[in-house]
Design a protein around this ligand. Structure first.
Ligand code: FES
Length: 89
């Protein structure tokens, strides 16, 4: 399914660029950069963020990990950044 009509990005392409580690995109704008494009209208940001959160939840469950407030500050699997940055209006 196409989730970004400006750049013709599919949900599978978004999921494919999400991976564990410090290079994992943390914002929808970083997902666009990972896929070699940049956000334009920004309408897809909420959908991409939802895909990112679902993928993160799946990774946490796969790892048998549940972040607590005490470990969240140092965990590489901590939630994606709350505010969207770099989306052109
Ligand atoms: S729909 Fe993704 S930037 Fe416009």
């Amino acid at each position: 399914m196409i989730v970004c009509s400006c750049n013709v990005l599919s949900d599978n392409a978004v999921r494919a660029c999400l991976h564990r580690g410090p290079d994992c995109p943390r914002t929808p704008a970083q997902v666009h950069a990972c896929l070699g494009c940049s956000p334009k209208c920004g309408r897809c940001a909420r959908t991409i963020r939802s895909i990112m959160e679902n993928a993160l939840q799946g990774a946490l469950e796969e790892a048998g990990h549940a972040c607590s407030a005490t470990c969240a500050s140092s965990c590489s699997l901590v939630k994606v950044q709350p505010a969207e940055e770099g989306i052109a209006a």
